[in-house]
Design a protein. Structure first.
Length: 107
């Protein structure tokens, strides 16, 4: 019995880039208390669009960061400034890995 291999092109949109969540929606999506989210905004973990909490809109990237922040806070008992530092370092590591990958691909 011969096996056929087929390649299919997949198309899709990255949902995280298109999502705009309110403060309430973000809290619901990541199961976090509003107090935590407000603290993370003050610490620079999250950067919403808008001037006041009722006007804030969070991107899908903010949802990812909020979920990570919650895990760091709960699982490792890291305080908000520590969460901000950890997430910044994780982002920097990801950026450096991407640069290394591009350099490696350019050879």
């Amino acid at each position: 019995m011969a096996t056929q291999s087929t390649l299919a092109a997949l198309q899709g949109a990255v949902v995280e880039e298109e999502v705009q969540l309110t403060l309430v929606e973000l809290c619901q999506a990541c199961c976090a208390e509003q107090e935590h989210v407000l603290t993370w905004v003050l610490e620079g973990v999250l950067e919403p669009a808008g001037n006041e909490p009722q006007d804030w809109r969070f991107s899908g990237e903010s949802l990812r960061r909020a979920r990570l922040a919650l895990r760091l806070s709960q699982d490792l008992e890291i305080n908000p400034p520590g969460v901000a530092l950890a997430l910044d370092l994780m982002d920097e590591i990801a950026e450096l890995r991407a640069q290394l990958q591009r350099i490696g691909a350019g050879q």
